[in-house]
Ligand binder design. Structure first.
Ligand SMILES: Cc1ncc(COP(=O)(O)O)c(C=O)c1O
Length: 468
């Protein structure tokens, strides 16, 4: 669809009405006095093991792609609650769905409910490739729950124990899925499950095989995976599944090419292993297609989803090819809060907003994402080593020196994020060295807010470079 085509159904002025007007609007520094007091109180009563307990911004309210803190500052939110608020915060259609459902039914435990069944049918109808209407879903409240459930089921289905995951992977933090996740910080004192094998993910900018183009790096990573899975004496004799993020998130916002994804699937098929696509972060429209794996035209055996599917309400799940789940024993995996009525209607509303009008919102995400990547590439701002991405999953890798690619020092990253907050932009980093800024706004963000955030980023980078 052309820009012209989607702009006839998705008008910028309508999208603008989803936000607080005039963002960014700064009244105090961040945190202001009320925000700071809240942070102090929080630190006394909440565990700092959580993701970003000391992040200096405190949410008071949110509307679309804008958020307010207790001091009345209004910021542009380029993080969408870490790729969660797919249709923007407090979308009026979501609020209406919640209000209506509160009068009908909220909790049903693991018993069927009208809304829960409707949701399972709707999820089946939007699955990629051969999974579409040929699948069974299991609902959870988090991506970790979805990944942990999938691990239990794939082992039961295949009767095999080994699982292959990738360097840089993030699949949650529970004991099972946390063993697939990489990163010392997340592994912290955890007991790991055995039989997990990690292989290189194509990250050409920091390839383990030396300086390479993306194509060369992908070729080597795909060959290596195929070698591990399909050659004797590699130790990978009994692999139940390969689990891969369709776009690697926490590891640095790395979109593999369609060909790489196809090669992963081929290697799985040769070995007889299942292919689990983790779309907890990349799914729900973020890539510019409902599922990022659609770019490769590959059907996974299992798809993990979460984050943007629930948006303002926790909803996640794992969806299996129908014939696989018939092998799972009835009643082996109860979940008290699965597909709560509110979660079900919110998830269905989000799916409608993301997919309606022949996917106009998705086309807009693909086009605007590509435009943003080009804009940032052309900015010539200091420290930018690489800008990459697909749709609204864009990573800006910051380095001290573009020749050595030494990651930007953490003090400079801290200074940059602080400057951005004080100019009215919420951006959070990722990457193996914490030096990749991730642009992951709501799919409904206006072009004006998105490019305003880009300009404030460029301004902040210049200030950090010149010590201002
Ligand atoms: C790809 C991926 N899988 C799984 C998870 C875990 O999801 P949750 O934090 O909802 O448990 C995440 C969270 O960031 C993720 O990005």
């Amino acid at each position: 669809m052309t820009t012209q085509a989607f702009s006839t159904v998705l008008k910028e002025e309508d999208l603008a009405r989803l936000n607080y007007p005039d963002a960014p609007l700064m009244k105090t520094s961040i945190p202001g006095p009320l925000g700071a007091a809240n942070l102090q109180r929080s630190m006394k009563v909440e565990s700092m093991a959580r993701g970003a307990g000391k992040f200096p911004f405190v949410f008071a309210s949110g509307k679309g792609s804008t958020v307010k803190d207790p001091d009345g500052n209004v910021l542009i939110d380029i993080s969408a609650g870490v790729a969660v608020s797919s249709v923007g915060r407090c979308n009026p259609r979501v609020i209406e769905a919640i209000q209506q459902q509160t009068k009908e039914l909220m909790h049903s435990s693991d018993v069927s409910s009208v809304r829960r069944t409707e949701l399972a049918e709707k999820v089946a109808s939007i699955m990629p490739g051969g999974l579409k209407n040929n699948c069974i879903s299991y609902f959870t409240q988090s991506g970790s729950g979805a990944a942990e459930t999938a691990l239990k089921f794939i082992k039961a289905i295949t009767g095999r124990s080994q699982v292959v995951a990738f360097h840089g992977a993030y699949h949650g933090v529970w004991t099972g899925c946390g063993s697939l996740t990489t990163g010392e910080r997340y592994h912290y004192k955890n007991t790991h499950i055995p039989d997990v094998i990690h292989v290189p993910f194509p990250y050409a900018y920091r390839s383990p095989f030396g300086r390479q183009t993306q194509e060369e790096c992908e070729e080597m990573c795909a060959n290596y995976l195929d070698y591990v899975l399909n050659t004797p004496y590699t130790g990978a004799d009994d692999v139940a599944a390969v689990v891969m993020e369709s776009i690697q998130g926490e590891g640095g916002y790395l979109p593999p090419s369609p060909r790489f994804v196809q090669r992963v699937k081929e290697a799985c098929e040769k070995h007889g292993a299942l292919y689990v696509a983790d779309e907890v972060q990349a799914g729900a429209g973020r890539s510019g297609k409902m599922w990022a794996i659609e770019y490769a035209g590959v059907t996974p055996d299992v798809l993990l989803w979460g984050k943007g599917m629930g948006g303002d309400v926790p909803m996640a799940g794992c969806t299996f090819r129908r014939d696989l789940v018939e092998k799972i024993q009835e009643g082996c995996h109860p979940n008290t809060f699965a597909a709560n009525g509110i979660g079900a209607v919110v998830c269905m509303t989000n799916i409608d907003i993301i997919t309606e009008n022949n996917g106009a919102l998705l086309d807009r995400v693909a086009a605007l994402g590509a435009e943003t990547v080009e804009y940032l590439r052309g900015s010539n701002a200091p420290f930018i080593g690489e800008v990459r991405g697909r749709g609204f999953m864009m990573g800006i890798e910051l380095v001290e020196d573009s020749k050595t690619r030494q990651p930007l020092a953490q003090e400079k990253m801290g200074a940059l994020l602080g400057k951005l907050l004080n100019k009215g932009v919420i951006l959070v980093p990722c990457g193996r060295y914490g030096n990749v800024l991730r642009f992951m706004p709501s799919l409904t963000i206006t072009k004006e807010l998105l490019f305003k955030a880009c300009d404030l980023l460029v301004e902040s980078l210049n200030e950090v470079a010149t010590g201002r």
